[in-house]
Design a protein around this ligand. Structure first.
Ligand code: TXA
Ligand code: MG
Length: 323
């Protein structure tokens, strides 16, 4: 199959209307989209990504009116989050309506749903009479794509069209939250492109956190996601550099360059900004992985704003992760 890249939403629509896959730009990462209401179309996503069938997909819609069709009801706190942050890097998990096929939720009675903040994809969604199911457009277990080129690198020949929306503005996947009907609290399931601080400021209280890497509710949170091909280690750089003395080392730092000579070094944000660091994270991981090095050594970024989500992804990409 030939993989076309373009900016033509009508071309994208043609493929989607005939149950084919299209990679779509979002503000977080590129998604691998199919008509969410067609089982044959959705099953192609699992096949192309080599994704386990128990790992559910996020539903993407173009508006709040559309969103309401696919959930049963929306608690007040969740409504506030929707009004404040959608479109944006937030996914909410709520009981699904009957319109959502089981293949999308991998059999769960809850659906994860979001409105992506990318004009091209919003225009596309508003031309369709169905929502899109879309996981990140990478082969399962590898780094999420933040440009059309990244998508091509891993899915060329497997999908007919990549809708090119340039580089992703946020650069890290959406934050996933749910709601506990008994306690009436908002639950954080996945750290992502919307900070905890912003969410808690909006709802006026702390969230409950359920970030288990393999909880039944978010089975996709497996430990070794985001793996680089080059072995990667995370921690104190001075120590790690000593440990791998004599090896060809690539270093990923948060802000300042390290003075010890290494093969290659990347800085995520010269201005020490976690938003900028998130934007650069996945493209840096890919570039670092392409340097034919023996190891990639990375340091933690500060645990504030998007720093928590960045550290989560670094931990999953590294071999010395602690779970
Ligand atoms: O930013 C994003 O969320 C990107 C863009 C493309 O929208 N999508 C994304 O999808 O990151 P994916 O499939 O790579 O990650 C979705 C996560 C997985 O961990 C999956 O298990 C979880 O969301 N998830 C999806 N539907 C769920 C459901 N019904 N119940 C529990 N977890 C769900
Ligand atoms: Mg993913």
């Amino acid at each position: 199959m030939i993989t076309e890249i373009g900016e033509d939403i009508f071309r994208a629509k043609q493929f989607l209307d005939t149950d084919e896959l299209v990679a779509i730009p979002t503000e977080t990462v590129y998604g691998l989209a199919a008509n969410a209401l067609k089982i044959e179309a959705v099953s192609k996503i699992y096949l192309a990504k080599n994704r386990p069938s128990f790992n559910p997909l996020i539903l993407h819609v173009g508006s709040k009116v559309e969103l309401k069709k696919y959930v049963q009801s929306i608690p007040n706190k969740m409504e506030r989050l929707i009004d404040t942050f959608m479109p944006g890097p937030l996914t909410i998990l709520l009981p699904k309506s009957n319109l959502v096929p089981d293949i999308v939720t991998a059999g769960s009675s809850k659906v994860a749903i979001r409105i992506p903040n990318n004009q091209l994809t919003l225009d596309l969604l508003n031309q369709l009479d169905y929502p899109l199911a879309a996981p990140s457009a990478n082969i399962s277990g590898f780094t999420s794509p933040t440009s059309a080129k990244h998508v091509l690198d891993s899915l060329e020949g497997k999908i007919p069209y990549i809708l090119n929306g340039g580089n992703c503005q946020i650069g890290i996947e959406s934050t996933i939250v749910g709601y506990d009907d008994m306690t009436h609290r908002v639950i954080l399931y996945r750290l992502g492109g919307l900070s905890i601080e912003s969410i808690e400021a909006c709802i006026g209280e702390a969230m409950e956190t359920k970030l288990q890497h393999s909880s039944p509710e978010t089975p996709g949170q497996l430990k070794n996601h985001y793996a680089t091909t080059t072995p990667m280690y995370l921690g104190d750089l001075n120590q790690l550099i000593q440990q791998f003395d004599g090896k060809r080392i690539v270093v990923i730092r948060f802000s300042d360059e390290i003075q010890i000579p290494v093969w290659k070094q990347y800085v995520l944000s010269k201005s020490k900004n976690t938003i900028e660091a998130a934007q650069n994270l996945f493209s840096t991981l890919r570039e670092a992985d392409n340097q034919s090095a023996d190891v990639i050594l990375a340091e933690y970024v500060p645990e504030e704003e998007l720093g928590l989500a960045i550290n989560d992804r670094l931990r999953r990409a590294s071999l010395n992760n602690d779970g």
